[in-house]
Design a protein around this ligand. Structure first.
Ligand code: TYM
Length: 333
């Protein structure tokens, strides 16, 4: 059987980009594969320094997975922090990972570029070692479960390729004794698969431009209204392909409905306001029915914590087995 694994950081409430990039494809894979989905809580420590908020966000991401239909009898749902083997493997992997590879990582380079643009004397200013080592920890998340496929958004492609490189480096050195399967990314189709946020940039919790999945109706309406549009008058033809609102709509509406709306925009006569109402409606129909279950799971005393504990226990059977093989392969048994 093939193994699918993916993770979501627990920094902020899960958003509709997480749904398209990871949750929806991952739940489809759960019908026919061995699946492990986890909450990347240690990854979030780099950006979240508020313990109360982190506790909330961990439960919120877990509740989102379950509200979207994850079946915990079939898929292991667990917290990264409950799997100590991940961190031991991280140390082992640092010894086969070139520093130069980390120097070229997008997130690290972006932080240096921002410092350069701001005229900072030290380009590493504000960069912690957690950010620098991030790709190695992520490789450990993936490799510890002997993962074959990782459903993620395109923004994670470099991280997946790094995990494959690191696995390859390990296999090259120790392959006579143990080989990691080489993981591959599984990405959503289409140009618009990296969803734009409410300011037109990539939707991301770190830009604070995201649309949380389970906003109450009135707040969802407000957030959708914030998405920027140009000032083309209602009567004039509009280009759907340069519109963030249309890009979002096309990910959530049926194909027929998106095609119909495209025609109306191109013909002229459909205003941005109307398009936004349509987006609101489609999002509300997609997530509305799951909202109640989400709220129930978040309430104290729900079975959320038991599900996570059970998932972790079963996931650890796997992580322990992998780590034992890896330790033996490198000579630390
Ligand atoms: P994170 O928490 O930023 O995002 C979780 C998932 O959502 C996808 N995603 C998007 N997809 C489409 N459009 C967007 N605007 C958008 N924003 C986010 C991401 O691609 C991702 O699939 N490094 C990972 C977490 C992680 C992980 C792992 C993933 C840690 N270890 C091991 C897979 C395997 C991250 O920061 O995702």
């Amino acid at each position: 059987t093939t193994t699918y694994l993916t993770g979501i950081q627990t920094s902020g409430e899960p958003h509709i980009g997480n749904y398209i990039g990871a949750i929806k494809p991952a739940l489809t894979a759960a019908n026919s594969h061995d699946t492990l989905y986890f909450l990347a809580d240690y990854h979030s420590l780099n950006s979240t320094k508020d313990p109360e908020k982190l506790r909330h966000d961990i439960r919120s991401v877990a509740a989102a997975w379950l509200a979207c239909g994850l079946d915990p009898t079939r898929t292991l749902l667990y917290r990264q922090s409950a799997i100590p083997e991940v961190f031991e493997l991280t140390v082992i992997l640092t010894s086969v990972t070139a520093k130069g590879l980390m120097n070229r990582a997008h997130a690290y380079k972006a932080a240096r570029d921002r410092n350069e643009a701001a005229g900072a004397a030290d380009l590493d200013s504000g960069v912690n070692m957690g950010l620098f080592n991030y790709p190695i920890l992520m490789a450990a998340d993936i490799l510890i479960m002997e993962t074959d496929y990782v459903p993620v958004g395109r923004d994670q492609q470099q991280h997946i390729e790094y995990a494959a490189d690191i696995a390859g480096a390990f296999n090259h050195l120790y392959g006579e004794h143990y080989r990691f399967p080489i993981p591959q990314g599984v990405y959503p189709e289409g140009e618009a698969s990296v969803l734009p946020g409410t300011d037109g940039r990539k939707m991301s919790k770190s830009y604070d431009n995201h649309i949380p999945m389970f906003l109450p109706e009135n707040r969802l309406k407000k957030v959708v209204r914030r998405i920027p549009t140009d000032s083309t008058p209602v009567e004039d033809p509009k280009d759907p392909d340069t519109s963030a609102v249309f890009q979002l709509l096309s990910q959530f509406a049926s194909e027929e409905r998106a095609a119909e709306t495209r025609k109306r925009l191109e013909a002229g006569g459909m205003g941005w306001g109307e398009l936004k109402n349509e987006l609101f409606e489609v999002l509300n129909t997609t997530f509305g029915p799951m909202r109640e279950r989400y709220e129930e799971l978040l309430a104290p005393g729900s079975d959320l914590d038991d599900i996570l504990a059970d998932g972790a226990e079963r996931a650890r059977q796997r992580s322990r087995a992998t780590l034992a093989k890896v330790r033996a392969a490198v000579g630390i048994d």
